[in-house]
Design a protein around this ligand. Structure first.
Ligand SMILES: [Zn+2]
Length: 445
């Protein structure tokens, strides 16, 4: 073995020092009149210190130690965690019917989504659970630094039975199968064997969560939101296969039968949950399941009949009242709730576009939450919808991701502040400042 000379040791020490310099970025300090930590009580006149993409300290400014007190701060009125949208889609579609969605070429969907991911970050949403769409591919573009965007935790494709919510009922099945094999965000599977394979394919393509439709839906053509889809055996196979890879299963479900079947099979999040009754609430509590109510799309749908097919609009009207009651029932019963919008369109004519995610907080308050509870549902509760894939995010706490936003006003006094990207003055993701009053998030930065 060759012996090291003094010169060799000096060179090695120099390289080590250079490496340490590269990985130890200077601390960032933000002072705020009010810090809303996501979970727990707000702090008046507080400071947050982060370093290397992680939060290292959150406390009252007057107790900062000398090494942090000397860091020049950025001063803002209100600081809170970057928000989470736990149910949305980057699909790049301009029409609302499933039959139209499946015909959009992936390159067009990707180009439209470029604007959408920037709009999401600009609105203060630093993380999304993307329950079918092109999020897995887009997250690679974001991590390359090519586009600014949120952390995306994708499901890849929604699993649906043939004739189910993810089927395009008016199109030839062969055509759909062909598009499915080329990365379509909809995936048909029938029988236990195909269901197991379908889960494995989504994981292979980057899924952090598995999405399954256990009832019919509103935007699909002929199926009924009240009818159960997939048999108990198929659902159990999907959950078992997902669990083997530490993925939880998110169930799209409106009707009671599909909600109960999803919960009994072990699905951990109930998406929409429009027809909850006392028995379903009790089973949710027993299973420690999370409800993601997605009120935004229903409220938008009620006001914009023109954006939907006649069949979808009729279904929307029917579902909306039941959904309102279910949401209130869940809040009263103390069900864990995480906010999601079901945003998924990219069109200047459909005014339900990415960046409007923060409107969901108002509906949470309308359903009976306090402002602070609604903020927790849209921040700290978000990662919990990912089970063992959950990042340390959604709270301003040491060791958590340095994803936080500043607001021009107090959302505990006016929850609608969160709905206005203009009032989200700063956005930090992984400690990097993506938006400030002089520099909005942009495609060309
Ligand atoms: Zn959805």
């Amino acid at each position: 073995m060759p012996t090291l000379t003094n010169k060799d040791v000096k060179i090695a020490q120099k390289h080590l020092k250079m490496k340490q310099k590269m990985i130890t970025s200077p601390c960032l300090r933000v002072d705020a009149d009010l810090i809303i930590p996501g979970r727990g009580q707000p702090i008046k006149n507080g400071s947050l210190i982060s370093s290397d993409a992680k939060i290292i300290l959150v406390c009252k400014t007057d107790i900062l130690g000398p090494e942090h007190a000397k860091i020049p701060p950025i001063t803002v009125p209100v600081l809170m965690p970057g928000m989470w949208d736990c149910h949305m889609h980057f699909m790049g579609v301009e029409k609302t019917a499933v039959d139209d969605m499946v015909m959009v070429p992936p390159a067009i969907a990707g180009a439209r989504s470029a604007k959408d991911i920037v709009a999401t970050l600009n609105a203060g949403f630093t993380s999304v659970r993307e329950l079918a769409g092109y999020g897995s591919d887009l997250s690679k573009v974001i991590s390359e630094g090519w586009l600014p965007g949120p952390n995306i935790y994708p499901a890849v494709s929604i699993l649906s039975q043939t004739a189910g919510h993810g089927d395009a009922h008016s199109l030839p099945l062969n055509l759909l199968n062909d598009r499915m094999r080329h990365g379509l965000p909809f995936y048909l599977c029938d029988g236990v064997g195909e269901c197991i394979k379908a889960v494995r394919i989504q994981i292979r393509r980057g899924a952090k969560v598995i999405k399954v439709a256990t009832t019919g839906g509103v935007l699909s053509l002929i199926d009924d939101p009240q009818m159960q889809q997939f048999s108990a055996k198929e659902l159990e196979a999907i959950v078992e296969e997902a669990t083997r890879s530490d993925r939880i299963v998110a169930a799209h479900c409106h009707g009671r039968k599909g909600i109960m079947a999803a919960l009994r099979a072990g699905c951990r999040t109930i998406e929409h949950g429009s027809y909850l009754d006392q028995e379903a609430i009790e089973l949710m509590l027993e299973m420690n399941a999370i409800l993601v109510p997605t009120r935004s799309i229903i409220e938008y749908g009620l006001q914009h009949a023109e954006a939907f097919t006649k069949e979808s609009y009729a279904k929307m009207i029917k579902v909306s009242e039941a959904h309102k009651k279910s949401y209130q029932l869940a809040v009263n019963a103390g069900i864990r709730i995480a906010l999601g919008t079901d945003l998924g369109f990219s069109s200047p004519t459909i005014r339900f576009n990415h960046g409007m995610n923060g409107g969901e907080f108002r509906y949470a308050v309308d359903a009976g939450m306090t402002s602070l509870e609604a903020i927790e549902a849209g921040t700290a509760n978000g990662p919990e919808t990912l089970g063992l894939q959950a990042p340390k995010s959604g709270q301003l706490k040491p060791g958590y991701d340095a994803d936080f936003i500043a607001l021009s006003g107090n959302p505990m006094k006016d929850i609608d502040i969160l709905a206005d990207p203009g009032k989200v003055t700063h956005v930090w993701k992984a400690g990097h400042l993506h938006k400030s009053p002089t520099k909005p998030c942009g495609l060309l930065t």
